[in-house]
Each structure stands twice: as C-alpha cells, then as structure tokens.
Design a protein around this ligand. Sequence first.
Ligand code: BGC
Length: 455
Amino acid sequence: MAEETRFPDGFLWGAATSAYQIEGSPLADGAGPSIWHRFTHTPGATRSGDTGDVACDHYHRWAADIELMRALGLNAYRLSLSWSRILPEGRGPVNPKGIDFYSRLIDTLLAAGIRPSVTLYHWDLPAALDDRGGWLNPDIARWFADYAAIAFRAFGDRVPMWATLNEPWVVVDAGYLHGVNAPGHRNVFEAPLAMHHLLRAHTAAVRLYRAGPWKGQIGLVVNIEPKEPATSSPEDTAAAERAHVYNNAWHLDPVFFGRYPDGMAEVFGEAWPAFDPESVAAIREPVDFVGVNYYTRRVVRHDDAALPPRATPVPNPRLVTMTTGWEVVPEALTRTMLWMRERYGSVPLYVTENGAAFADPPVTAGRLDDPLRVSYYRSHLLALRESMRQGVDVRGYFAWSLLDNLEWSSGFKLRFGLIAVDFATQERTIKASGEYYRQVIRTHGESLAAPLPTA
Ligand code: BGC
C-alpha cells in the first residue's frame, strides 16, 4: 500500500499564501493602496472590521517564515506579488523598494532549496487603476502586461513558475456580481465584461513572457468546484449544468478553445453581451500548466430568485463541514482532475490550493491538535494520487495555507493554516496538520497509507 501512495520523484510539495492576506504594512516603503486596502477600511465590509494592515506581519517576518517552510520540508512555495508595492499607481514609476522586498524573498527561498511559484495577481488591484475602471476598462490588459513585464524583468531569471491570475472566477463572482470582495460591485452587466478583460490580460502576459528570454513555465490558476443536482428534476439538472459552466468552464474555454462555453447566454440572460468573436478567439493561447484550486463540490437546486447562475446550494447535514460552510468531499477532487484532463487534454496540472478552515483549539504547551484538518489533507492527497493512478499528469501540490491569515472579508476568524498565528503576538506554532504534512513530504507520500488513529 505504501508503494501505491508514493508520489513521483520531482513532485512539488508546497504551501501557498497571497500578498494581501499575509504581508501587512500595505503602504510601507512607498507602496500604493490596493482595492483590498480600500475595501477593508470601508465600515462593515469585513467581519469585525479586520484589515490587512498587520495581518501576519510577513513583510517583516519573511525570513523566519522561510525557516518554518524549511522545517516543514517544503520544496516549493506559492506567493503572490502586490502590484501596488511594485507600481504604486498601478502604472508609471516603479517603486524600487517593492522590487527589493520580493527580490530578497525569492533569493532566500532559492537558497533554502524552495522553488518560488509566483502569482502576479491575487486580487489586490492597485486602487489607482480601480479609479480608472479597474477590470472593466479594456486598457487593463495593457496595464497588466506592462506590470507583468516589470516583474519578469526583475525576477524572471530566478522564478521557474509563474501564474498570471488567481481565480478569475472569484474576482468576478465575488467582486463584481455579489459585492462581497473588493471592489464590492453588485452588477450583473459588469461581470461578463470583467471576466473578458481578466482573460485578455492573462493572455497578454503569457505572450509577453514567451517573447522574452525566460525559461520558466507560465500558466493560470483557477478554482474548480464540481456541481451536482439536488434532485433528478429537469430544473435542478439544468441548474447544476449552469452552475458548472459558470464556475468551471467560463474562464478556461476561451484560453483553450478561443470561445465562451455555449451555456453562458443561458447563465446571464440579457446581461450576456454580444462579444466580438475575434476578441474572444484572441484569448486562446497555450499555457504551460493549469493550477487547480480545489476545496469542495456543491449540490445545488434551481432558484429563479438567485443571481446567475440561478442555483442555490443544498447542504448535506451528514457531511463534515468547514467553518466556511464547505462540505468535505475528497472524491470530488479525483473527479475534478479527471474532468480537467477530459475537457482540456494533457496540459500539466498542479493543485495550487487545497485545504480547510476548522475551528482550532488554542495552542497548549506549544501544540495545536487539528485532527479534522489532518484527515482532510490525508483524504485529499489520496484522492489526488488516485487521479494520477488514472493517468492525470499532476506535477505538484500546494496546501492552502502556510499560515493562518486574513480570510478576505471573513477576517482572521477563519483559519486555514498549517501553522497557527497568534495575531496578538505574531507567534507561530506548527499545527498537527503541519507535522502530518511534513511526514507526508519526507516519505514522498508513503506515510499516507497508514490509517489515522481514531479519536
Ligand atoms: C483563494 C484564497 C482563499 C482561499 C480560501 C481561494 O479562493 O485563492 O485567497 O483564502 O480560497 O477561501
């Protein structure tokens, strides 16, 4: 059995974070504000008024955090760059101190034998660009490509793996349709346009990278969430199909096929614009990999009163559920990876995020026991291994997250870390799940074969 759970040599064992969620000091050393800085400072926008002003203070503690990555045995680390640290106005003059910060971080990771995987955009748009329309302004593809060029020139000799965007679907669904993420819009007509310009920006950055001298890989990170109908009625079946196309194919079909999926007009109704086919076709551009963020799957029913895609989740009270309300369904990760291969072919895949928020007990005598999270990691890594056994080309896995951090508008209460952070003292404690992951990495996955002790 241990042999069967072993992962291939060269597999990346990582953990992931994002700039605004961990760095703190968002305006330090000449950085400009991002839309998340602005949003968290809007009364009522986040739980308990939590902001990223301090977060995990990673901006000052990054060297010690790299030591913790070493202690876990990671050979890869996924981070994101803050666009407005590098370009305070989003375009125009570069802030050298922003470049220096990431340059030191990348050098120190490499010296520790940890491969940096860098995401250019994890939701923190420079506020100055939002003032010009943000993702609704067609010029943003050029602004993003100009920023990407600066990042490639500064770090491209040392960064082997780049992602353009993190989860364009969440940028649009939460930021432009439901208004729960920055910039907090709630406009059904904006959502398709924001996605279109996100994808144009992605492709512009990929083309620019390919035109340069850099030798790394570049891809896109998306969140995939399988959908199932609550009943076999034609209404619920159609709702699940709409939700699936909306969540899982809207962003990838243009990249792979140069067109939006057929169901998009059905999802958005009159808010779906008549895109110029050439502009959609121009999004098609091969990527070196797709990063899949997987947390859960959703059972849905038809709901005419809901926003697109008019599908409402139906919870199953018998399943273990995270504090985010997400149900724990590891076999849906296997299905996700198989679906990716079936629809998009043999492109190499990484799991760029996977993890769980549970209500952790306090740290006692330097330990924190989080058995539900341990079990989540074991079952999902086994589910991933199963997809590889069935032939899916998976090159690496990044746990979400390295540290407890600012869970966006849900604030600091939701905890996803392998490492606990005491936000009053900034003290870090490796959780039992972090110890478990260390063991998995050390044994290349063989330790996954051992059942967990029952409580
Ligand atoms: C995002 C992370 C977030 C995580 C958990 C993903 O959607 O990329 O930034 O913290 O899910 O909600």
